[in-house]
Design a protein around this ligand. Structure first.
Ligand code: ADP
Length: 509
């Protein structure tokens, strides 16, 4: 049932074919029903006209026979009537198409009227309504009925025509009924109904088949377009649709092909531009290294001799030394990033224990200098991963430096947890925190929460750490709440494992 619902939701073709079948079945049923009603009406009408006229001549014939009879004795009268019924019913011999029922004599007020009938007609075949009308009014009346056969429970459709007969010599009245079978008309109608049913069923199947073929014709190119669009989405823009003819589908294919070609051009242009930019940053950084080394040597000389300078020159020498340090840091960060961008960054893997690295962080000099208390959580058990120790050290150092620099709290927690697929390493402080979308923006290059840059820093530490984590197939994520603190979680997959789900869910999440 669920797969049917899924098919209905996913496949336009299934919807088109099903709705076409339902609608055509509805139309064909309505038409069939109207047709059948007309045929049934026509058959009944012609049979009725024929039977009424036959019955009328029968009534006249019977009345003439009665008029000719002179007996007045009830016994002989009854005999005459029986003979009359027999003669009427036998008048057509084997080809007789009706049966007769004679009721009478009708005495006013009497409910029990003697009945004579020809052949094997069961009582009750004459409807009571009709018999009431015939007995109480003069004239010829007719009604459709179901004729019963004596000794059988079967009934067949028929028409009953009745009229009064008067015996002038005694003044008695009789009711004579002609019962005509309509079995033949019924079987004709059954045949027509069967033919309509079979024809209708075949028609619905054919219409469904046509709908399937037509929708396939329209949908095949759409499916092809979808497949090609999926390939575009997965990055292979060189695929093209086959264009044949000049119809709407051909125009759609042409437009899709043009779109792909233009996208491919734009992407090539952007790739070139980005490659140029990366080259530019890398070249500039490299070019700056040589003069910077010279400037650094000169600055070292000035810095060493600062005690012999007057106070102002000595201060300038110190400033030069500090800013040169930042300049060198920035340059090395830029070189690192350009290596990531060029895809040239490489891992030097070895087996390392992240719990041991966490324990080593307790003695971090920056935290100690600021008097920050380091709390270790779950760092007793080994948490082994295959990683590049130089890069992991750089990430951890950066997180601790940031906690000391920006956290503003006197307590930092370091927690290590692991699950089947990965090891997570969290650095948590309880100070300034991060607000709004800062937990995402901290990973943007050159982004700093403090635009005045009073804290120094290049704004490249976290982006580089994130690249380092991702180079290991891991993740680096940040959470924070303003005034409550922030948490950075580094997750490194175990060999053959995955960083999802991480082993630590942030307390600020
Ligand atoms: P920087 O070299 O400036 O330290 P980072 O990329 O390491 O660059 O950090 C970027 C910015 O993220 C910082 O300037 C600071 O505003 C914010 N930040 C980093 N760590 C924290 C923290 N623990 N608490 C609050 N803000 C932080």
């Amino acid at each position: 049932m669920r797969s049917l619902a899924g098919l209905w939701r996913r496949s336009i073709q299934a919807r088109v074919v099903t709705s076409t079948i339902i609608l055509s079945a509805l139309v064909i049923s309505l038409t069939g029903w109207a047709l059948l009603r007309d045929v049934a009406g026509g058959l009944a009408e012609s049979r009725r006209t024929a039977t009424i006229s036959e019955a009328r001549s029968g009534f006249d014939n019977a009345q003439e026979q009665i008029d000719a009879a002179v007996e007045t004795e009830p016994a002989t009268q009854s005999q005459t009537l029986t003979q009359m019924v027999d003669s009427l019913t036998s008048s057509r011999g084997a080809k007789r198409t009706y049966e007769l029922v004679l009721e009478g004599p009708l005495e006013s007020g009497s409910t029990q009227v003697p009945v004579r009938s020809s052949g094997a007609i069961a009582s009750g075949s004459v409807p009571e309504d009709l018999s009431d009308k015939v007995q109480n009014k003069g004239g010829t009346f007719w009604q459709y009925s179901r004729l019963g056969i004596l000794g059988s429970s079967d009934h067949e459709p028929g028409i009953v025509v009745g009229s009064q007969l008067n015996v002038p010599s005694t003044g008695d009245t009789y009711a004579l009924y002609y019962l005509f079978s309509m079995a033949e008309q019924q079987s004709t109608l059954d045949l027509v109904r069967q033919a309509l049913l079979l024809g209708g069923f075949a028609m619905v199947l054919m219409v469904g088949g046509v709908a399937w073929l037509v929708s396939r014709q329209v949908l095949n190119p759409v499916r092809l377009a979808r497949r090609i669009a999926e390939r575009y989405a997965s990055g292979s823009l060189e695929q093209r649709m086959r264009v044949s003819g000049e119809d709407d589908i051909a125009r759609l294919s042409t437009s899709l092909n043009q779109m792909a070609a233009s996208l491919q051009n734009q992407i090539r242009r952007l790739e070139n531009l980005s490659r140029l930019q990366q080259r530019f940053v890398s070249d500039v950084s490299h070019e700056l290294r040589t003069p910077l080394t010279t400037v650094r040597m000169a600055s070292d000389v000035l810095h060493d001799a600062r005690k012999s300078f007057d106070p102002q020159t000595s201060r300038a020498a110190e400033l030069l030394q500090n800013e040169l340090g930042r300049f060198e840091d920035l340059l090395s960060d830029l070189l690192d990033l350009s290596r990531f961008d060029a895809g040239a960054a490489q891992l030097d893997l070895e087996t390392i224990d992240l719990a041991e690295i966490a324990r080593g962080a307790v003695d971090d000099p920056q935290l100690a200098r600021k008097g920050i208390n380091v709390v270790l959580v779950n760092t007793d058990q080994p948490a082994i991963v295959e990683a590049d120790i130089r890069r992991i050290d750089r990430i951890v150092r950066n997180l601790l430096t940031n906690a000391a620099k920006y956290g503003g709290s006197d307590r930092v927690e370091i927690e290590v947890q692991q699950n089947a697929g990965c090891v997570s390493f969290a650095v948590r402080d309880f100070g300034l925190g991060l607000s709004g979308d800062e937990n995402l923006r901290v990973f943007d290059r050159f982004w700093r929460a403090d635009p005045a840059r009073t804290q120094g820093g290049t704004g490249l530490g976290l982006p580089i750490s994130k690249e380092d984590a991702e180079l290991h197939g891991g993740t680096l994520k940040a959470w924070g709440k303003p005034g409550e603190g922030s948490e950075f979680v580094l997750t490194i997959p175990k060999p053959g494992g995955s960083p999802q789900p991480p082993a630590i869910v942030s307390v600020f999440a």
